[in-house]
Write a protein that binds this ligand. Structure first.
Ligand SMILES: Nc1ncnc2c1ncn2[C@@H]1O[C@H](COP(=O)(O)OP(=O)(O)O)[C@@H](O)[C@H]1O
Ligand SMILES: [Mg+2]
Length: 621
């Protein structure tokens, strides 16, 4: 059972008061009971004393009147005393008066040495043996509980006894009996008073405690409301204006609120940064708690495990990599515990649920596990997954673009150095042409050949210069599908001529990229023209557009001759061509253009079956 603080406070106060009141009431009742019994004893003693004096006087009166015992025998003496007492009116008056005075005295009897009643307030006892009563002193000396039990139990008779002598000789006793039932009526009002007092005190204290707790706990309710607001994200609070401890607590809560706001801001910035970093990662990262639950998963993990990162969060390692999982052995996972793995390589095939777009045979994945410890305590484990093939591809692309840049630097100079001599050669050739006699066959022929060769050289240098000239990009947002349709339109006559059937596969949603429209169109057209040239006897040209994460991917697939393995590393090089009349500029410039747009370009090819070029471009935000 949960009690409110106010109720607890009230209840405790009431109980405390009840305890104190019960204690004082008990003491009061004990004293009262003692007093009543003592009074009863005193009174019985007084009565006994009075009766004693009166009895004494009665005997003296009898002597005065000349009465005397018949003989010295004890029986006659006894009879004489009985007569003297019994006939004395004063004694009877005293006895009656004492009995009538108050309810306490129950019976007054004078007995002889054999306990036989000589005089008694109860006429039935006269001449009878009077039973011995328990002394009232015994009740006075018994403990409080026994006293109450006796007083409130069935009525009992107690007595005060005063020995009664005749001359020097003991003769009998005066017995004053008091009844317990009569004591009850003396104690009860006191008990009742104590009861009412206790009840009153408890009620009053409960009421007071309720009022006081209400008043003193009110600031607590406001502090609680303050905390509620902080947990709801309202950090700028004013503290309660009160100088006591609650006011201090409230001020501290306000300070905590301010600190919390700072912490939350730092935390959300951190989280944002972390998410940004994670989403930009090519590697799949999984961070596990010491008990093996995934607490951070980078989006790239989906490429390796085929499950979205969000779906993995909070799941135990044993569930993410169940027994039989292709990565499990390399991860050295025991239950939910990772062991450190410096570097391992695993081949994932399509069936493992990895990248659905992966090409059948499987891909190589690099894997490492770092166990994070701090001061000897295990803090967690970090699993890193890396696509080794795409790494290799990226490094070839990097090499290519570096080479391209170097080429650009070299050729720029060379081109200028070649262009000027070429111009002067052409001038001198013109002069030579005019100066040659009309009829000389061979020099005429030679000049013609020189002329065309100089032209060819000039064109090559021009292309060189074109290629290496720094380009200025005119970026605009374009719909990639539209641009592709345009490219197909431009290449349509060539396709018709070669009996090539174009197929387009565009997604339902619009993909836009921020690019230089003319340059990109040129690059895509180069790929399409190459594909057409690879299928002189007809075939199928498939243009596909798809979204891959944050990229738009265009693929140009043909069913042509394919690229021989020994040419694959060279096809992006400037002036590399295998075609008679080819320039070797198409792919080089496509590569350059894609690089300028922070894109990627690669290809897959199989001799005799066809080639697919893939261009990735960052989607416009
Ligand atoms: N779709 C393709 N199929 C087969 N080979 C291709 C394809 N695209 C390009 N190539 C090869 O790459 C070489 C370079 O192409 P490119 O730079 O466009 O120059 P060019 O078209 O002038 O030969 C081509 O000569 C050809 O061998
Ligand atoms: Mg070409």
């Amino acid at each position: 059972m949960k009690l409110r603080l106010k109720t607890k406070f009230t209840l405790t106060t009431s109980l405390l008061v009840l305890g104190v009141v019960a204690l004082t009431s008990t003491l009061y009742v004990i004293t009262l009971t003692h007093q009543v019994i003592r009074q009863a004893e005193d009174r019985a003693q007084q009565v006994a004393q009075k009766v004693f004096f009166q009895a004494d006087r009665a005997l003296a009166d009898a002597v005065k009147e000349g009465a005397a015992p018949a003989s010295e025998s004890p029986a006659d003496l006894r009879e004489y005393v009985r007569q003297s007492l019994f006939q004395n009116v004063g004694l009877h008056t005293v006895i009656d008066a004492e009995l009538g005075y108050g309810p306490l005295i129950y019976e007054v009897t004078i007995v002889d040495g054999n306990d036989t009643a000589l005089v008694s307030s109860d006429a039935r006892l006269l001449g009878q043996a009077v039973p011995l009563r328990i002394p009232l002193k015994q009740l006075a000396h018994s403990n409080f509980v026994d006293q109450l039990r006796i007083i409130y139990g069935p009525p009992r008779v107690y007595a005060v006894v005063l020995p009664f002598n005749l001359g020097k000789e003991p003769f009998g006793e005066i017995r004053i009996a008091a009844q317990t039932g009569l004591l009850r009526s003396e104690v009860s009002p006191g008990l009742r008073r104590a009861g009412w007092f206790a009840l009153g005190a408890v009620l009053l204290s409960t009421l007071l405690a309720a009022v006081v707790s209400q008043a003193s706990l009110a600031p607590l309710a406001r502090i609680s409301a303050q905390l509620d607001r902080i947990s709801a994200g309202e950090f700028d609070l004013k503290p309660l204006e009160s100088g006591d401890e609650l006011g201090q607590v409230s001020t501290k809560i306000t300070q905590i609120g301010h600190q919390l706001r700072g912490v939350r801001e730092i935390f959300s910035t951190l989280r944002e940064n972390l998410n940004q970093i994670m989403s930009g990662l090519e590697d799949g990262l999984l961070l596990f708690t010491p008990d093996g639950r995934a607490v951070m998963v980078s989006p790239a993990v989906e490429k390796f495990l085929g499950v979205p990162a969000d779906a993995l969060l909070g799941r135990p390692a044993d569930e993410i990599f169940p027994a039989g999982h292709p990565l499990r052995q390399a991860l050295r996972l025991e239950g939910n515990q990772f062991a450190p793995v410096a570097a391992a390589e695993v081949v994932l095939n399509g069936a493992s649920g990895a990248d659905p777009g992966a090409s059948g045979s499987g891909r190589r994945v690099g894997l490492s596990v770092q166990v994070i410890t701090e001061g000897g305590t295990r803090m967690g484990s970090l699993v890193t997954l890396r696509d080794l093939e795409s790494l290799e591809r990226i490094s070839t692309q990097l090499q290519l673009s570096e080479r391209l840049a170097a080429l650009g630097r070299v050729t720029a100079g060379v081109a200028h150095e070649v262009k000027n001599p070429l111009n002067s050669m052409r001038l001198w050739l013109e002069n030579l042409k005019n100066a040659l006699p009309e009829n000389q066959e061979i020099p005429q022929q030679a000049v013609k050949v020189l002329d065309t060769e100089i032209d060819r050289l000039d064109r090559v240098v021009k292309r060189f210069l074109d290629f290496t000239r720094p380009v200025e990009l005119h970026l605009q947002e374009i719909n990639v599908a539209e641009l592709l349709a345009e490219v197909v339109g431009v290449a349509r006559p060539q396709m018709d001529r070669a009996r090539i059937e174009p197929v387009t596969q565009f997604p339902g949603d619009i993909l836009t990229v921020n690019v230089d429209r003319e340059l990109l169109k040129q690059a895509l057209l180069n790929l399409v023209l190459n594909a057409i040239e690879a299928m002189p006897n007809g075939g199928r040209l498939t243009l596909t557009l798809a979204r891959r994460g944050e990229m738009a991917e265009v693929s140009v697939a043909d069913t042509g001759c394919g690229i021989a393995p020994e040419h694959r590393s060279r096809i992006f090089q400037l002036f590399f061509t295998t075609r008679p009349g080819g320039s070797g500029i198409g792919l080089a410039s496509a590569f350059l253009i894609v690089q300028l747009h922070n894109g990627s370009i690669d290809f897959e090819s199989e001799v005799g079956r066809g080639t697919t070029f893939r261009v990735g471009l960052p989607l416009a935000l």
